[in-house]
Design a protein around this ligand. Structure first.
Ligand code: GLU
Length: 306
């Protein structure tokens, strides 16, 4: 039977409107406080160029930690397996900005998607790129097939003004010798990559490369080898949802990554990428409605990797 994706997305949007839910927008970054908590958008993009959207799919939001996937893709392709000497591949089992675990484990972050891991990836990229902020943005624009993707300088500045915990992580990493560049430079780059803004539609389009074995579907360029794409997707599956990656695997069953801006991007290898945005977060930092929407989507469509 042919699946009516349009119908599914409209139905999910409608059903979720009726859910009375708690949860709040991320308020530890002042600039993110002003986001309308009731927004909800979803976009499903297929490799065969078909696309389906619903709700506020066309409004830009701060993708925050979803960017860590782009940063890892860039660093992994350039540095290869040497990257795993400096960052692990295990779920953290702690909050995304935990200092304790980093201290116990001698400055080797559990995975590239917790903040400490992403800071190490940023440090690696600073060494590998001639103009890190410019080169990274260009890379993301290429993946999105869209030169209008930008950093939000206000969000980056706002986070840097209150980024004490990330600064603590960076200094601890530096003390362990796992950050080579000046801490300020690494933090500035990290806050910028987190400040990228996209719509759900743009985010789905930029994730298609991970559903396409590392080939950018917009220009056919090989961004990441097939084997590295497999590993990156595996990391999204096991570590992409803070300390709730097991729950997401259990209820949704797609590799993906969430951010405290309320966005989630996920992929189904060989077929599609799907993004959801709803700013209200649960205690673990994941979008409440975003997770629910994806659970409904894979349940109704049967499109899960399991
Ligand atoms: N910029 C945010 C932070 O470092 C990203 C957090 C997230 O989305 O997980 O706190």
């Amino acid at each position: 039977m042919k699946i009516d994706y349009n119908e599914i997305l409209q139905q999910i949007t409608l059903d979720l409107k009726n859910i009375k839910y708690k949860g709040d927008v991320a308020n530890y970054i002042p600039e993110l406080k002003s986001v309308d908590p009731n927004k909800f958008g979803i976009s499903l993009q297929f490799l065969n160029k078909r696309g389906y959207n619903s709700g506020d799919f066309n409004i830009k939001f701060s993708i925050q930690s979803v960017s860590k996937v782009f940063a890892l893709a860039m660093a992994f392709e350039k540095l290869g397996n040497k990257i795993w000497h400096r960052v692990g591949v295990e779920p953290s089992g702690t909050s995304f900005n935990s200092l304790l675990q980093l201290e116990y484990e001698n400055g080797i972050p559990r995975n590239p998607f917790i903040n400490a891991g992403a800071l190490v990836v940023c440090d690696i990229l600073i060494d590998l790129l001639s103009e890190p902020k410019k080169d990274f943005l260009k890379f993301v624009q290429k993946l999105a097939g869209n030169i209008h993707i930008q950093y939000n300088k206000n969000v980056a500045r706002s986070e840097s003004e209150v980024g004490y915990r990330n600064a603590s992580l960076a200094y601890l990493l530096k003390d362990f010798g796992n950050i080579k560049n000046p801490v300020d430079k690494v933090l500035d780059f990290y806050f910028h990559i987190c400040s990228i803004e996209m719509t759900c539609e743009e985010l789905s389009k930029s994730f298609l490369v991970f559903a396409n074995h590392g080939i950018n579907p917009h220009n056919k360029e090989k961004i990441l080898s097939e084997s590295k794409t497999k590993r990156l997707n595996a990391l999204m599956q096991s570590c992409g949802f803070y300390d709730e990656s097991g729950e997401f695997t259990f209820t949704v069953g797609l590799p993906g990554k969430s951010g405290v801006g309320g966005g989630i991007a996920a992929i189904f290898p060989g077929e599609f990428a799907i993004s959801v945005w709803s700013p209200r977060l649960n205690k673990k930092g994941n979008s409440i409605l975003g997770m629910k929407a994806l659970e409904l989507f894979t349940t109704i469509s049967g499109k899960s990797v399991f």
